[in-house]
Design a protein around this ligand. Structure first.
Ligand code: ZN
Length: 280
């Protein structure tokens, strides 16, 4: 397992951590401000959200690289399943944006269960069909698609993939070389079968997302903890992820409307560096 004690070059910021991707939250920093503040602190990369990029993917990507970092990923495709599923054109547009940014990883939050179905299997089959329909388009643009399992509490309207095992099954159904899995502490920390599932997914992990699960969580979506403030076994989780061969960046993704989003971004970024070196 990599030693981050004196080296945080594997640290990436997911910009959701600064809050500005939701209306009314965060300090409202521009992508350029985020890039400069992360570069100053020695971050290795940044993960953006589509809404903050607009038509400027190429120039923002260039600025990140000129600052000595990489664009580690883009969040995310429209939903692919469920009643709020997006059109194929919108999915391809998110792939184009990832390519414009110069990142190789586009995250998929799947969307919920398909209308008029029960359980998950029909929806996972539909998900595999939709991913298969765009996998070549993404591969032609050097973009990989990372299926992110969500905590089962998001089942129904946001996800039909709740475990790494589910995500692996969908990867196998798709059968494309550029489709893999994103592992997020918030979504998998509870899963005691995770090490076995990850062993079966060697070489397929495309991203690792850091935060913590607070013992007392006040909001399912917007009360994630800073690493070290909660009950997730962060070192064990990273060990299991790295046992698959994963050596990519670790992105910090903290939705925290009542705590971290209210603090100055500089404080948040400094705290992340300190926690990354000590508890992750
Ligand atoms: Zn995530």
């Amino acid at each position: 397992m990599r030693d981050f004690t004196d080296d945080h070059s594997a640290l990436a910021l997911n910009t959701a951590t600064l809050g500005h991707n939701l209306d009314g939250f965060g300090a409202g920093w521009s992508p350029e401000q985020v890039v400069d503040a992360c570069a100053e602190r020695g971050y290795g990369g940044i993960v953006f959200w589509t809404r903050e990029i607009g038509e400027r993917a190429v120039s923002i990507g260039e600025r990140v690289r000129a600052s000595g970092m990489e664009v580690t990923g883009l969040c995310r495709t429209p939903f692919l399943t469920g009643s709020q599923a997006g059109a194929d054109d919108a999915v391809r547009a998110s792939i184009d944006m990832a390519a414009g940014l110069g990142t190789t990883v586009l995250t998929i939050v799947t969307g919920g269960t398909e209308p008029d179905t029960k359980g998950l299997l029909d929806s996972q089959k539909r998900l595999a069909e939709r991913i298969a329909a765009v996998a070549d388009y993404a591969a032609d643009r050097s973009v990989s698609l990372a299926i992110e399992p969500l905590n089962p509490m998001f089942g129904g309207n946001r996800t039909c993939v709740m475990t790494v095992r589910d995500a692996l099954n969908v990867c196998n159904m798709v059968g494309a070389g550029n489709v893999g899995i994103a592992v997020d502490v918030y979504h998998v920390w509870w899963d005691t079968a995770l090490p076995e599932s990850l062993q079966a997914a060697k070489g397929l992990v495309l991203g690792y997302h850091l935060c913590d699960w607070l013992e007392e969580t006040s909001d399912m979506l917007l009360d994630r903890g800073m690493m070290g403030d909660g009950v997730a076994d962060l070192k064990a989780l990273r060990a299991a992820v790295e046992d698959t061969g994963y050596r990519g960046l670790c992105e910090v993704e903290i939705f925290s409307a009542e705590n971290w989003w209210k603090r100055p971004p500089e404080t948040v970024l400094d705290t992340i560096v300190e926690r990354f070196r000590t508890v992750c």
